[in-house]
Ligand binder design. Sequence first.
Ligand SMILES: Cc1ncc(COP(=O)(O)O)c(C=O)c1O
Length: 477
Amino acid sequence: MENQKQLFRYESLAKELETKIKNGTYRSGDKLPSIREFHHHLNLSISTVYKAFIELEAVGLIEARPKSGYYVSPPQPVLRKPVFIRRDAEPRKVDLSSVAQSIHNAIGNPEILPLGGAIISPELFPYKHFSRIVKGISANEMKTLMAYAPGRGIFELRRQIAMRTVGIFGKIDADDVVITNGCMEALALSLQAVVRPGDTIAIETPTFFTILRLLEELGVYVLEVPTDPRYGVDPDELDKVIAKNDIKACLFMPNFQNPLGALMPDSSKKRIVEMLNRENIPIIEDDIYAELYFGKKRPGTMKKYDAKGLVMSCSSFSKTLAPGLRIGWILADEPLRERVQKLKSVISISSSNLDQYVMSKFLESGGYDRHLRSLRKALNRQVLSMASSIQKHFPHNTRLAIPEGGAFLWVGLPGGIDGLTVFEKAMENNIAVLPGIACSASDRYKSYLRINCGYPFLEPVEEGIAILGQIIKSITC
Ligand SMILES: Cc1ncc(COP(=O)(O)O)c(C=O)c1O
């Protein structure tokens, strides 16, 4: 009852119809009453009924037929989940150079349908609010902002970030925050604080393409820990890895992992931190997608269980507000915080004063939580629409899991089809996808794709998925 009260009217109607479709009251192929009929009978506005229909259409339960109305969709074959590959690995150097550059150029090209990059559409960000803040900067304020910012970041921004950590990270205040140029600099500084060329670090597999490229540049060995597509790093597998290898650090994304979308249960986070704390192994936690949850609350962190000050938690506003402002941060304890600050001071001196000011003004204004609520809803809808379109257009033996947050789908191609071939053929059609081979130092994800759901599910996206489906089917045959 309590929940019922909090729903918008369109959500209540969508829920009621969803229940009626799922319990068979409405069957596949049945025509739904028209928007006007619902409007008259239920005393709801036209736009409320329309929104409910759009919601159901987005998740594939109903479909619009031109000039006829809305119908219950035919049952979709349920795709099976990607498999958990429990293959043991040896430390190895990353060598992505042969494929990396062409993939990187392709997925960043703005002319191409952006299903490849890890990008959220700027349409989903509060750019008008940011524009008002920038217009309100006086000449005197600008004079101050043209100077270098303090090395660890401006106090007000660090304070705003620290305020958001209550109950999630353990004890963090403004002094525990170091501002960086995006999450990528946060990860690079944290890694450089604890590893040297030739060291071995444990990572998830598959993992984020740019992290692999960074590890390649740092000249370290990587050990890919078997990772469950739904629950992230398996603590038992990690236990075996640290018993057999001299691991100098671990880099994990416990919340909505890129590319899997996996969410590590809090019990695994706790077990892994306790295990690594015992062995004095530092952890670099990439928490960049945590705010993009579709459930009721933000997932927890590894940092929360860190009794020894060995977890450096990295994040940024790139997936929630403004990747172009390049504002990220590290939450760390002494002495690691001192170490990353020193590195930051010689690598980039400080982050942009102006960008930090604009971001802190936005956070101060109190609009962030409201924005996050609508962003999460939009992304959830986009992920579900994309998944239902993949079900419709890809072969039935494709593998796919629906994540509980984030913006990606990790797709297992049928019959061992090479993802790189799909990537190349998709590029000929101006569609970018990320082939799985770019997500590992080994070739074990040759037959996977990562698909970005960061853009509204409009006609070009649906058409792009249909073309991808045809490409895959043409290779299968
Ligand atoms: C897992 C992960 N970490 C880090 C980054 C980089 O973030 P930023 O743009 O803040 O440097 C990304 C961006 O796609 C990402 O997906």
